[in-house]
Each structure stands twice: as structure tokens, then as C-alpha cells.
Design a protein. Structure first.
Ligand SMILES: C[S@@+](CC[C@H](N)C(=O)[O-])C[C@H]1O[C@@H](n2cnc3c(N)ncnc32)[C@H](O)[C@@H]1O
Length: 258
């Protein structure tokens, strides 16, 4: 997932069309740039998917280079307005730590969880460089999660690596780990426009799937977008859905009136 997230975006459907000369390709206009890329159409009834993230391998390639950069993602910057000093924040699939470190710089108490030890080693170095302390946790988010509660559970381009068959359980656990009145903010790849990068195997979210996981929450923001990306050296686009939701504060039942 590109360093700019979600950047150079356009609204749902705008500008995306099949290439007339080659229907296996799609053309889109991303931030004024025409981009063509091979179109992958998924079968109507896909079976269970074994996902694979290429990012651990990429982080290890050059220990000195931050694949996603050290500045916060656009998504992290947008969500920063929800973060107050002292808040407990969990960054799921935190990678090399760009957003976790940013939230810690805002005064939050941050836990960052990722599969990749190489990503976390870079995250640790970034936190040291920025003079903040973050709890970095190596592990798979669909298996071991830190104990909550959290004021914000955040992810940027990571939840689609959890197979759909495991996502229901994950969302239920995350809901229980979010403080009443607290927030979750996620941006995920959707199957509207599929571009496979570096051999990754993604279980793309379908339209509305992310929102469905938060039906009982207050939806503060939800929408589909296209983002530009050039992580593999060629400019291309991904379709994403983003969501910001607040967990309802359930007030105690009033005593019966006499
Ligand atoms: C596209 S990268 C994004 C990294 C980071 N959020 C950022 O924006 O810089 C996706 C990250 O999710 C991590 N990841 C994938 N599957 C995971 C899982 N099941 N549990 C924890 N992390 C996972 C990968 O190791 C990778 O660092």
C-alpha cells in the first residue's frame, strides 16, 4: 500500500473504465494522471483465501530504508484529530511505525502490532529517533491481541490481510477492546479495483463489508475511494474503503420511577 494514503483520490466510479482495445486492462485517472493496469476480476463465489503480505520481505530488503517512509500516512494525519494526550491507541499492522510514532508524538500511549519483526525493528528505531516510547508487539492480529481498552483502534492498509473467514471474530474482539465512546478508524483494500502488488495475496473487502462490522456504532465517516500508489515502481491505483466509527456509550438503565 502506497505511502500516500488516501492521497490523490477521486470519488467512487469517477474516471475508471475498461480499456477498449484490451478489456483485460483498466484505465483510471488518479490525481490528473491517466493510469492503465491489468484488471483482475474475481470469481463470483470465491473460496476461502490464504492471504500473504509481502511487506515483511520488503522491510528486510534494506534495513536502512523505510519502505513507507517515516512521515505519518495521510490517513494517520486525518485521524490525528481524534487523538488526545493520554489516549490509549492501538495501531494494527503498524509496519515500520510511521503512524504509531506520530500518535505517540501527540501524547498518546501507543501499542503497535505487526507480523514483521523487521518492520518492528525499524519502528523501534524511529521511535527512539523521535524520542517517544511505543509498545511494539510482534504477532498476528487474528490470533494474539493486547488487552484493551483502547480509545482508538487504528489500521492503515492491514485488515485485508486477515482472511474474511477470520474477520468477524476479529471485529468482535476489537469492539470489546474499544472503550465506550472510543473510536476505530480503518482503511482497507476493496475488490472494486484489484492491483496485486509484489505477489501479495489479499482477501479484498466487498462493498459495505467494513461498514457492516460497525452496524451498532455511530459512523462518523465512511466511503470508497481510489488511491494512487507506486510501491512496485509503476504508478497504479487501488480501491479502498475507509471508516471512522464511535462505540456507543450505553448509559445505565434508569431506576424505575415510583
Ligand atoms: C501495507 S502494510 C502497512 C503498514 C503500516 N500500517 C503503514 O501504513 O505504514 C501492511 C502491514 O500489515 C502487516 N500485517 C499483515 N497481516 C498481518 C496480521 N495478520 N497481523 C499483524 N500484522 C499484519 C504487514 O506486516 C504490514 O506491515
Amino acid at each position: 500500500m502506497g505511502g500516500k494514503l488516501p492521497g490523490n483520490i477521486f470519488r467512487r466510479g469517477a474516471g475508471a473504465h475498461r480499456d477498449r482495445r484490451n478489456p483485460a486492462w483498466q484505465r483510471v485517472n488518479v490525481g490528473g494522471i491517466a493510469v492503465a493496469f491489468p484488471l483482475r476480476v474475481r470469481s463470483a463465489a470465491p473460496g476461502p483465501i490464504r492471504t500473504w503480505s509481502p511487506w515483511g520481505r520488503e522491510y528486510a530488503r534494506d534495513p536502512a530504508r523505510y519502505v513507507f517512509g517515516t512521515a505519518p500516512s495521510d490517513w494517520g494525519r486525518e485521524i490525528a484529530r481524534l487523538v488526545r494526550p493520554g489516549d490509549a491507541v492501538l495501531d494494527l499492522g503498524c509496519g515500520e511505525g510511521r503512524d504509531g510514532v506520530f500518535f505517540a508524538e501527540l501524547g498518546a500511549t501507543v501499542s503497535g502490532l505487526d507480523l514483521s519483526a523487521d518492520g518492528l525493528a525499524k519502528a523501534r528505531r524511529l521511535a527512539r529517533r523521535q524520542g517517544v516510547s511505543v509498545r511494539w508487539i510482534a504477532g498476528c492480529m487474528s490470533e494474539a491481541l493486547p488487552a484493551g481498552p483502547f480509545d482508538l483502534i487504528f489500521s492503515c492498509g492491514a485488515l485485508h490481510y486477515v482472511p474474511r473467514a477470520r474477520r468477524g471474530r476479529l471485529f468482535r474482539r476489537l469492539a470489546g477492546m474499544t472503550r465506550p465512546g472510543g473510536h476505530q478508524a480503518h482503511v482497507v483494500f476493496t475488490d472494486r479495483l484489484v492491483y496485486e502488488e509484489k505477489g501479495e495475496v489479499v482477501d479484498y473487502f466487498t462493498a459495505g463489508e467494513l461498514r457492516q462490522a460497525f452496524v451498532e456504532w455511530q459512523i462518523l465517516r465512511n466511503g470508497e475511494r481510489m488511491i494512487s500508489c507506486a510501491q512496485d515502481g509503476s504508478v497504479h491505483a487501488h480501491s479502498v474503503e475507509e471508516l471512522v466509527a464511535a462505540r456507543p456509550v450505553v448509559s445505565a438503565p434508569r431506576p424505575a420511577e415510583t
